[in-house]
Design a protein around this ligand. Structure first.
Ligand code: NAG
Ligand code: NAG
Length: 538
């Protein structure tokens, strides 16, 4: 195996063993998986209760302690597969899906070896030479990409279902749970329909990939704004840069109904993330991020190797396929059938679904109006929305003092020709130019942020990142009733990023000092609520 460095960084988190030169399962595991792959007549695994015993045996053969699983896991498996699942579904699950999953687990060592082989030889479109794409730990403060085939992801998620990932050292490495034990244990401990429906989405996904193995790729990228000027990433802007930016504001479109994931134009779709990618997806969580992980389960694979995000980081996933339809939100969340994802694919075989995970401040209260936190939030969004091949242009728009006017002029011209891309994993530059942002009330639900402030912050970040538009789904939020009018008014005044930043910074200072108590929109346009069309005239 060539790619030892990558493999070494992740090996302690994988269930397979490496004994040079190959990866493999211990022989007892191979026997058990072979039996499982031959179906219930052979393996006797035909109920949730027996399935759990089979899982415990597999874990034992891998020297994983049975005590390490969440306490009610056995009861959860039994409840789901023996009580909640219909007999017909259970027959299909035990007769067809489970054997196919066991089969894909048997092939996992070979899939991983093939993966490292092709990751060694891959040359991504427009990529800098030597770009690594192999499965490895994507550590904090190191920008990088992992590209996995959908088939490999399916096998990794089967490992998670069988609770085969070692988890004793995950916490210390800022990685969250990846095995599905808590998902099933919570179903039993605190039965509720949303948890049952989350599991239904995942079971549906396994059924789909077993009946037809998907052939595309998914990329997972850690994006980092450089705090250290010696690193070749987009630099981390300070308040002064925002204040001086001459970037024009992008188009702002408000939708009071509809959902981000149903957005039809090319756009980065914002995941209102937890700093631990996936949040409570594999425990009890069921809000925006967790729902996305249930309907696009391939996102879960990123939880395996993406440690906690720092303030200057974001995660971008391109290509995760959607498998399920759903209704509701939080406690009303329900799986409602198959979804056929018709998104086009790019030249790397990735669906053109781009999901950007950015974690907002948690319960920021009054703190969110302090400048350091405004900067934190706008940079978090900018990190997610930015495109590394435009790094140079961002610096010019920030009026970075390191550039003289003459240089600025020359660079602006040459930048137009230059598609030198640091990570080079994005589609071609001209294509990327069409891609906007689809977002909504980021950090405003469970996290308790101010929606007016967050809408403006995301607009600033999208504009500075040179995105052509931002579509904002308000989910009917009352506080944003005037969002359309306010953004139209601002647009009609032709403010740039610096102008709007200075306005929101002034407002925030006053709000911090308790000189004002009203929201930003009322502060900016006190007459707006009077519905007088006159004030909207530029
Ligand atoms: C997926 O990526 C690999 C390289 O990692 C490439 O060889 C393969 O052709 C890609 N698949 C598709 C469908 O483009
Ligand atoms: C940009 O490309 C055009 C033609 O492709 C060329 O004429 C021009 O000199 C280039 N500009 C710079 C600054 O490199």
């Amino acid at each position: 195996m060539e790619n030892r460095e990558d493999l070494n960084s992740i090996l302690e988190f994988l269930p397979v063993v490496f004994r040079s030169p190959a990866l493999f399962w211990p022989s007892k595991v191979v026997e058990a998986l072979k039996a499982l792959s031959k179906g219930p007549e052979h393996s006797k695994v035909d109920s949730g209760e027996v399935l759990f015993l089979a899982i415990s045996d597999l874990r034992q053969s891998l020297c994983l302690s049975s005590g390490a699983l969440a306490f009610s896991t056995a009861d959860g498996f039994s409840l789901y597969f023996d009580d909640l699942m219909s007999r017909a579904e259970a027959n299909k699950w035990f007769g067809e899906v489970l054997p196919a999953l066991a089969d894909s687990l048997l092939r996992l060592p070979v899939m991983l070896e093939d993966h490292y082989k092709s990751a060694d030889s891959v040359t991504c479109v427009g990529a800098r030479d030597g770009l690594k794409t192999g499965l490895r730990l994507l550590k904090s403060q190191e920008a990088g990409v992992v590209v996995l085939s959908q088939e490999l992801i399916g096998a990794l998620l089967a490992c998670a279902f069988f609770c085969l990932f070692p988890d004793s050292t995950r916490g210390a490495n800022h990685l969250q749970v990846i095995n599905f034990d808590h998902l099933f244990a919570s179903l039993y401990d605190n039965y509720n329909e949303k948890q049952e429906n989350k599991i239904k989405c995942l079971i549906h996904y396994f059924g789909r990939i077993c009946s037809s193995i998907p052939v595309g790729n998914v990329s997972f990228e850690r994006k980092v704004l450089a705090v250290d000027p010696n690193v070749n990433y987009i630099p981390h802007p300070e308040a002064e840069s925002w204040s001086k930016s001459v970037a024009p504001l992008c188009l702002f479109e408000v939708c009071s109904s509809g959902l981000i994931e149903d957005h039809s134009k090319e756009a980065l779709e914002v995941d209102f993330a937890n700093k631990y990618f996936g949040g409570g997806a594999l425990t009890r969580g069921c809000v925006q991020e967790e729902i996305r992980f249930m309907i696009n389960p391939e996102l879960i694979a990123g939880m395996l190797f993406l440690p906690c995000m720092a303030d200057n980081e974001a995660i971008e996933v391109v290509g995760a396929e959607r498998f399920s339809q759903y209704t509701g939100y939080a406690s009303s969340f329900r799986f409602c059938g198959d979804f056929v994802d018709k998104k086009d694919t790019d030249i790397m075989g990735r669906r053109k679904t781009r999901i950007i995970a950015i974690d907002a401040l948690v319960n920021p209260g009054k703190r969110q109006y302090r400048h350091e936190f405004l900067v934190r939030e706008v940079n978090k969004a900018f990190c997610g929305f930015s495109d590394p091949c435009k790094s140079h242009r961002y610096q010019l728009l920030f009026k970075d003092d390191r550039f003289s006017e003459a240089e600025l002029d020359h660079d602006l011209k040459s930048v137009a020709n230059n598609s030198d891309n640091i990570l080079g994993i994005g589609p071609s530059a001209s294509f990327e130019d069409e891609v906007g942002i689809a977002t909504g009330n980021w950090g405003c639900g469970a996290f308790g942020g101010d929606p007016e402030l967050k809408a403006i912050i995301q607009w600033l970040a999208a504009s500075q990142a040179l995105r052509p538009f931002m579509v904002y789904y308000t989910f009917g939020l009352e506080a944003l009733q005037t969002l359309d009018k306010v953004t139209k008014w601002i647009t009609s005044h032709r403010w740039n990023v610096g102008d709007l930043w200075n306005m929101i910074a002034d407002y925030s200072t006053q709000r911090s000092k308790k000189e004002t108590q009203v929201g930003f929109f009322n502060w900016l346009l006190p007459l707006l609520s009077s519905d007088d069309p006159m004030i909207l005239d530029p």
